[in-house]
Design a protein around this ligand. Structure first.
Ligand code: F3S
Length: 80
């Protein structure tokens, strides 16, 4: 995969993703996760060295709110 996005409609602000991948996920003022690379649009191609961390976050999210894909999300977590 090359792209990631957080579905803020399902994120429960658990905070695990930012621990797994601190260079990729941060939190908004409500504590919901946010991809900092592209303002959570899912359009920034992830660098190779970030993929392990992102996959850990993807697997660790208790609400399955982290989506990953080979193609850009263009802001829509349901796109891919
Ligand atoms: Fe939200 Fe899942 Fe991260 S619930 S804070 S996207 S680990």
């Amino acid at each position: 995969f090359k792209y990631t996005i957080v579905d803020k409609d399902t994120c429960i602000a658990c905070g695990a993703c930012g621990l797994s991948a601190p260079d990729v996920f941060t939190y908004d003022e409500e504590g919901l996760a946010h991809v900092l690379l592209d303002d959570n649009q899912g359009i920034a191609e992830l660098a190779e060295d970030l993929l392990d961390d992102v996959f850990d976050a993807y697997e660790g999210c208790p609400s399955a709110s982290i989506h990953i894909s080979e193609t850009p999300f263009d802001g829509n977590p349901e796109k891919a």
